[in-house]
Structures are given as structure tokens and as C-alpha cells.
Design a protein around this ligand. Structure first.
Ligand code: HEC
Ligand code: HEC
Ligand code: HEC
Ligand code: HEC
Ligand code: HEC
Ligand code: HEC
Ligand code: HEC
Length: 402
């Protein structure tokens, strides 16, 4: 009887299929529709989004997605004269291979890559777990160097990449639920066990990661093609400023807080205080890293404290990469800091095309440091701070030794 019923339902589903997207089953569940289904109605946004860093935040580890060089003279990291790691390509697969006195002792494939903008780290699968490869690629040094926090004396293949990393760098990955876990334990124990189902990954940060499941929205608008007011999708304008911030801060406010729920469950309109313990109650003088924590830094700025409409989208188009010209951002500053007003710059060397280098200078990340082959000096990873303020020096990068 059950079988017959499901057959009947399947027939019904197929019969009503007018469109590819109705046929599509998303791995996340039936409320999801997949980014491909948005193109037919949101062509421009889809085309630009699918080229940006969010969409490429994680990708399969194939040659066309890799930034690093596999050419002979640039493909090695030398740990010591006897021990080196080389990049190797064989039958369309790519590997990091360790040689001891020119004999292969260990090798692992590039299965997944994270990142395209400044750096790229890779992972391999082993027994339902993902592990980080010890050598990463950095644009600042244009070459291979140790993955953040990895030893420059010995290759190490034992650092697990937990679901947590994927929850900021991908749109889905499932972990098998441990047997006998009670509802309360589920989130924590599945996150910590570190087992992941590699077939459940949805690479990159896609439309529905930011907009929430949209199957109903798609079905409605396919059925009523003349409707011009959106249905079954959260409108940005309906959110208050905290909610607008939180929809970005879920991934851009660092990783120090104790989590109560998986970031994968976040939907626009949700409050981050339901996801982290003590969120939005952080100490006012706390020092936040320039990497991955734009939200907390921005919240420390006078601009934010004194203007409750400032959020990420004031300066960033969520569908494109960060704009590079400082003039573009400076015009946004000037919208609030008019030359004629008393809140204009007091500096004699004010430059209207570049408020950024003085008020959002580059700073070194405390979380990310690395070493290049054959040079023990610590290399720093630097980004512009989002704590808009008055600084003594422009772009103040300290190049400390070790
Ligand atoms: C059959 C057509 C159709 C499809 C498919 C479709 N949309 Fe829409 N969508 C619309 C229409 C019509 C509107 C309202 C007009 C507008 O804002 O463009 C809209 C508006 C939106 C809005 C703006 C909401 C607001 O008012 O601020 C978002 C966000 C959105 N869609 C996301 C998506 C996503 C994500 C997908 C794919 C999963 C998708 N749409 C697929 C027709 C569609
Ligand atoms: C699901 C997690 C997630 C959410 C939600 C998210 N981001 Fe991101 N964002 C990332 C990750 C990860 C990167 C780094 C991607 C990379 O370079 O590989 C990134 C990169 C960026 C960049 C730099 C892109 C570039 O190439 O210049 C900007 C700007 C940005 N995000 C802004 C936003 C804004 C604004 C929002 C909210 C509308 C937002 N993000 C929401 C995870 C997220
Ligand atoms: C990083 C998060 C993020 C991703 C990824 C993302 N969006 Fe958006 N989108 C937003 C935010 C925030 C807004 C509202 C702010 C605005 O209007 O600029 C928005 C606005 C929209 C709108 C309405 C505004 C407009 O310009 O018409 C549509 C439609 C839309 N998105 C569709 C999509 C589609 C389709 C995709 C995937 C191809 C996508 N978005 C991916 C965050 C995102
Ligand atoms: C809380 C969310 C979050 C977590 C967890 C997280 N990241 Fe990121 N990651 C980001 C954001 C946001 C960026 C880009 C902006 C920045 O650097 O501030 C980024 C940038 C990166 C980049 C550089 C991307 C580029 O295009 O230059 C790499 C590589 C990376 N992360 C790897 C990892 C790995 C590996 C893990 C797990 C060990 C991890 N991340 C965990 C949010 C996160
Ligand atoms: C949405 C409006 C808004 C935007 C956009 C904005 N600010 Fe502000 N900013 C303010 C307000 C309001 C104050 C507080 C002024 C006061 O003290 O009354 C402020 C304060 C400041 C201060 C003084 C900081 C301090 O610690 O005393 C500086 C410097 C500043 N802004 C620079 C900038 C720069 C540079 C940009 C662009 C990157 C910018 N602001 C963008 C609203 C804004
Ligand atoms: C007042 C304007 C302003 C606001 C508000 C703002 N940003 Fe930015 N953001 C910038 C500027 C300027 C840059 C530097 C662009 C560059 O270096 O090319 C930047 C760069 C970034 C980058 C890329 C870092 C890198 O170097 O790759 C990320 C990620 C980012 N912002 C995320 C956010 C998030 C998330 C929010 C909200 C919490 C936010 N921004 C709010 C002005 C702003
Ligand atoms: C060469 C570096 C430099 C540039 C460029 C610059 N500023 Fe400033 N700004 C400063 C310094 C230094 C101060 C503190 C001056 C003082 O208090 O004597 C300051 C002060 C300010 C203040 C606080 C004013 C107050 O009432 O205390 C604001 C707001 C501000 N700048 C905005 C801007 C904006 C907007 C731009 C771009 C149009 C800009 N600045 C460009 C260095 C700069």
C-alpha cells in the first residue's frame, strides 16, 4: 500500500513538471530549490554572483580551481635538505607528496579547496573525515607556504577540518548523527565527532545560504509569472538593522563564541544571539582579529554606535566582490561626513578620494601567520580593519621578525 501510494505521488509530481527546477531534488531538503533555478528570473544577479568569492568559497580540488603552481621550479616546499614536499599531478588528480631522501613516504590528494582571494587552503578525505593539507597557497608571497599554524620543520597530515569550517565556507555538509544522541546533544556531538558525508556538500555560499530556502518562492512565481511583488522570500527591507547585520555576521563575526546551534540553520531574520552564547554582549574594548571578524570591529566604530542604520550592505554589494577603489568607499563616508558639516575630517592632509587608508588601515591578523620555503621569517596576513577610527599611521603593517 505504502509503495503504491508513493508511486502515485511520484506520478503526480512528474505529471505536474513543467520545468526542470521542479524536478530537481536538493540535497538540503525539499524546501530548497538550488541556485540554478534562480537564473531564469534573476539573470543579472545570478551571473555576477556565481563569479564572486562567496560562490567560490569552497570548490572541488581540480586543476582549474587551484591557484598554486605545479610547474617544476615552483612546486616544492623544502622542510630540510632531506625532507621536502612536492605538488604532483597524475591522471587528472593532484597531490601533495612527501619525499625523504628522494623516496616517497606519504601523499594525499587535493579533494577540496577553500578560498580564491588572498589565499587557498586544501583538504583531503580519509575515513569520512576531512584533513587540511600542510601547504597552502598565498597571493601575497605568490607561492606555496605553510598552512596557518602548521610547522615549517615537519609535514603534518593529522589536522582535521571540522563541520564548523564548512559552515562558513560552504552551503551544506551533513554529519551522521551519533547513535542514541538525545535531541539536546545532537548539535554538539555531531559537530565534534567530525565525521562528514562527503556526498552531501554544496560548495560555496549560494543564493539560498543567504536568502534561506526558496522552493516555495520559485514555485509561486512560476505559477504566477505576472506577479511583481515577491512572495515566500525574506525581504531585506523588512529586517531591522541588527537583523541586517546578523545575516552577514553569522560568518563574519569570528569564531570565539560558544555556539548553541549550527550556522547552517541560520535564516535571514534570525537573531545571532540564538546561535551563540552571549552574542551582542561583547566587551567594548575587546580586541578582535581583522580576519573573519568585520562585524565586531565595525560595531566598535563611532560611526556604528552613533548611527543605527549602518550595516555591511551600506558599503558592500552582497552579490559582487569587495569594490577595490578607495574613492568608491570614500564617497560613502562623505554621505555621512559632509565637508560642510561639523563631523568632517579635522586632518590637514585629508584626501577626499581616500579616507580608507587613514581610517581603516591594514593590520596584521593574529590568527593567520605562515612561513615560506627556505625562510624562517614569519609572514603576516593583513587586511583593512573594520574598526573605523583615528589611527596614528596609515596602513600600519608591522613586519616583526618571528
Ligand atoms: C519564476 C520566477 C522566479 C524565480 C525562479 C525566482 N524568483 Fe526571486 N523573485 C521573483 C519576482 C517576480 C520577484 C519580485 C521582483 C523582484 O524583486 O525582482 C522576486 C524577488 C526576489 C527577491 C527579493 C525579495 C525582496 O522583495 O526584497 C529575492 C531575495 C529573491 N527573489 C530570491 C530568489 C532566489 C534565491 C531564487 C532561486 C532559489 C529565486 N528568487 C527564484 C521571481 C522569481
Ligand atoms: C555562510 C557564510 C557567509 C555569509 C552568510 C556571508 N559571508 Fe561574506 N564571506 C564568507 C567567506 C567564507 C568569505 C571568503 C570567501 C573566499 O574568499 O573564499 C567571504 C567574503 C566576503 C567578502 C570579500 C569578497 C571579495 O572577494 O572581495 C565580502 C565583501 C563579504 N564576504 C561580505 C559579506 C556580506 C556583506 C554579507 C551579508 C550580506 C556576507 N558576506 C555574508 C562567508 C560568508
Ligand atoms: C552573501 C549573501 C548573499 C548571497 C550569496 C546572495 N544574496 Fe541576494 N541579497 C543579499 C542581500 C543582503 C540582499 C539585500 C540587499 C540589497 O538589496 O542589496 C540581497 C538582495 C537580493 C535581491 C533583491 C534586490 C535586487 O537587487 O533585486 C535578489 C533578487 C537577490 N538578492 C537574489 C539573489 C540570487 C538569485 C542569488 C544567487 C545567485 C543571491 N541573491 C545570492 C545577500 C545575498
Ligand atoms: C566563522 C566563520 C569562519 C570559519 C569557522 C572559518 N572561516 Fe575561513 N574565512 C571566513 C571569512 C569571513 C573569510 C574572508 C574574510 C576575512 O579573511 O576576514 C575567510 C577566509 C579564509 C581563507 C582565505 C580565503 C581567500 O579567498 O583569500 C581561507 C583559506 C580560509 N578562510 C580557510 C578556513 C579553514 C581551513 C577553516 C577551518 C579550519 C576556516 N576557514 C574557518 C570565515 C570563516
Ligand atoms: C551611516 C553614516 C556613517 C558612515 C557611512 C560613516 N560614518 Fe563615520 N561617523 C558617523 C557618525 C554618526 C559618527 C559620530 C560622530 C559624532 O561623534 O557625533 C562618526 C564618527 C567617525 C569618526 C570619528 C571616530 C572617533 O573614534 O572619534 C571617524 C574618523 C569617521 N567617522 C570616519 C568615517 C570613514 C572614514 C567612513 C567611511 C569608511 C565613515 N566614517 C562612514 C557616521 C558615519
Ligand atoms: C563604511 C564602509 C564599510 C562597511 C560598513 C563595511 N565594510 Fe567591509 N570593507 C570596506 C572597505 C573600505 C574594504 C577594503 C576593500 C579593499 O581593500 O579593496 C572592505 C573589505 C571587506 C572585506 C574583504 C577583506 C579583504 O581584504 O579581502 C570583507 C570580507 C568585508 N569588507 C566584510 C564586511 C562585512 C561583513 C561588513 C559588515 C559587518 C562590512 N564589511 C562593512 C568598507 C566597509
Ligand atoms: C592623511 C590621513 C587622513 C585622511 C586621508 C582622512 N583623514 Fe579623517 N582624520 C585624520 C586624522 C589624523 C584625524 C584626527 C584629527 C584631529 O583630531 O586633530 C581625522 C579625523 C577625522 C574625523 C573626526 C572629526 C572630529 O570631529 O573629531 C572624521 C569624521 C574624519 N576624519 C573623516 C574623514 C573622511 C570622511 C575622510 C575622507 C573624505 C578622511 N577623514 C580622510 C586623518 C585622515
Amino acid at each position: 500500500m505504502k509503495k503504491l501510494l508513493s508511486l502515485f505521488i511520484m506520478l503526480l509530481v512528474f505529471a505536474s513538471c513543467k520545468n526542470e527546477s521542479e524536478n530537481y531534488v536538493d540535497i538540503r531538503g525539499e524546501e530548497f530549490s538550488g541556485s540554478e533555478s534562480c537564473i531564469q528570473c534573476h539573470q543579472n544577479i545570478s551571473e555576477i554572483s556565481m563569479q564572486n568569492s562567496h560562490f567560490k568559497a569552497s570548490m572541488p580540488g581540480i586543476k582549474e580551481n587551484l591557484l598554486g603552481d605545479f610547474d617544476k621550479d615552483k612546486d616544492a616546499f623544502v622542510y630540510n635538505p632531506n625532507l621536502k614536499l612536492k605538488m604532483h599531478e597524475q591522471n587528472d588528480s593532484l597531490y601533495q607528496v612527501v619525499y625523504y631522501n628522494d623516496k616517497i613516504v606519504e601523499f594525499h590528494p587535493f579533494d577540496i579547496v577553500f578560498g580564491t582571494k588572498h589565499a587557498q587552503t586544501s583538504m583531503f578525505w580519509k575515513d569520512e573525515k576531512a584533513f587540511e593539507l600542510p601547504i597552502s597557497y598565498y597571493k601575497s608571497t605568490n607561492g606555496w607556504a605553510t598552512s596557518p599554524g602548521f610547522d615549517s620543520k615537519n609535514p603534518f597530515f593529522g589536522r582535521q577540518v571540522l563541520k564548523d569550517c564548512f559552515s562558513c565556507h560552504s552551503s551544506n555538509i551533513k554529519s551522521p548523527q551519533p547513535k542514541g544522541a538525545s535531541v539536546g546533544q545532537e548539535y554538539g556531538s555531531s559537530e565534534i565527532s567530525g565525521k562528514l558525508d562527503r556526498n552531501s556538500i554544496v560548495y560555496g555560499i549560494d543564493c539560498e545560504r543567504c536568502h534561506g530556502p526558496a522552493k516555495k518562492h520559485v514555485q509561486y512565481h512560476l505559477k504566477f509569472p505576472k506577479a511583481t511583488t515577491s512572495k515566500f522570500i525574506v525581504t531585506h527591507f523588512s529586517l531591522n538593522n541588527q537583523q541586517k547585520l546578523d545575516r552577514c555576521a553569522v560568518c563574519h563575526s569570528g569564531n570565539q563564541d560558544i555556539k548553541l546551534k549550527s550556522r547552517f540553520d541560520f535564516r535571514p531574520g534570525d537573531s545571532l544571539s540564538n546561535f551563540y552564547l552571549n552574542k551582542n554582549k561583547t566587551l567594548k574594548d575587546a580586541s578582535f582579529d581583522v580576519h573573519g571578524n568585520q562585524a565586531e570591529l565595525l560595531k566598535q566604530s563611532m560611526c556604528f554606535k552613533k548611527n543605527n542604520a549602518l550595516n555591511c550592505v551600506t558599503c558592500h554589494n552582497p552579490h559582487t566582490n569587495a569594490e577595490k577603489s578607495t574613492e568608491y568607499y570614500s564617497n560613502i563616508c562623505i554621505n555621512c561626513h559632509q565637508e560642510s558639516s561639523k563631523v568632517f575630517c579635522k586632518s590637514k592632509s585629508v584626501n577626499k578620494k581616500n579616507c580608507i587608508d587613514c581610517h581603516m588601515p591594514k593590520q596584521n591578523s593574529k590568527a593567520i601567520r605562515f612561513t615560506v620555503s627556505g625562510n624562517d621569517k614569519t609572514q603576516f596576513y593583513s587586511l583593512k580593519t573594520h574598526k573605523i577610527g583615528i589611527y596614528k599611521t596609515k596602513n600600519s603593517i608591522n613586519t616583526m621578525k618571528n
